[in-house]
Design a protein around this ligand. Sequence first.
Ligand SMILES: [Zn+2]
Length: 434
Amino acid sequence: MKRRPFHTLLFVLVAVSAVVVATPLPAAAGADVSAVRYWTAPDHTRIVVDLTAEASYSTSVLTDPDRVVVLIAGGGIVGPHTATPVGDGLVDRVRLNQLQSGTQVVVDLVTPSAHTVFPLRPYLNKPNRIVIDIFHEGQPGAGAPARPEGAGESRPRVIIIDPGHGGEDPGTLGNGVLVEKDVALDVSKRFAKLLRSRGGYDVRLTRDGDYFVRLAKRKEIANASGGDVFISIHANSAPNRRADGTEIFYVSPRGASDQAARELANRENAADLVGGVSPNADADVLSILVDLKMSDSVQKSSDLAGLVRDELSRDKVSDCAIKQAGFVVLKSLAMPSILVEVGFLTNSSDVKKLKRSSYRQSYAECLAAAVDRYFDRYAPVVAQHEGMHKVAPGETLWSIARRYDITIDDLRSMNGLNPRATIQVDQVLTVTRS
Ligand SMILES: [Zn+2]
């Protein structure tokens, strides 16, 4: 899990022609290019070049026409030298040229654009790779717009939906019928659509297409959007092909609830190694620890997990287990958060269900219903007068006390309420802390 900053981030704004940067990797003769893929994200285009071995390479920037050229020393090209048309507004196409000195990967740009180039070591079924990221102007790193402030009591509930994996990182392949990244995206989009159709929700997706988003970026989007809850959608796999049903995880300061949960978290946390993160792009995201002050978030996360389980079992959609584990994507989030594994892609009956769009729709409906019920319980924090709280629909003395970090007894005594007293919507309570 440890990353060495062995390669300097090449972040060259294209102003000069023919800037050549040699890359100090150990030379290995005979690294052939075996495949080229690309993924279009909202802020960048990622080009991934598969190699048959580790290779040294150099990068140059050429103008008229604008292009980024990566020369891979020594080797050749496996298969035909066909160009890969991209045409996504940022990159026109990717070409391969066989030279005496090696293989040239030529990225034809639409306009001069910033880029980074970095190597990826083999991981699972992926070979040595060279990643070329081309960024839109003003990127990388622009977060999602912050949520509108000052909307007062009618502010929408901000839901962050996080479809796992994407692009270069397929997630689990299960039995080969369904790919995790596709299942996660489809369920997430249905879930988002249902919430949007209800009104009162501001729904943000951490990705809405087939491209990779690194784990730290997912959290950045969530925190920058000021989300009220964060729900990550994944699909599971297990060596035991009988394992089936939903598993919902939330982060607990106590760590993983069992060995299987720990192993699953490790697999999901490896997404950055599969999908490709520039070695210098982040601090070591895997070392970020849970903020123990967030015990309120832990309680709410646990409640949200319980509501999802209730909805899934009430509608007989899926059996469901709730577990705790240290998923990187859930750690350090400033909001209650859960990770839902919608089924096992290694289990034939789960696969049969998940292949049906009607099933994925039912599943999304359960998720949306659980979110509705969650906000019945925990209305989003609204603008309040100093020391006063106006009771919103669905609130209880317990939820209000939690919000202001006071006890129910304190809340009662501040407001002269006897233990049998009930509260009404729009009732104004004193919530001044002692
Ligand atoms: Zn996953």
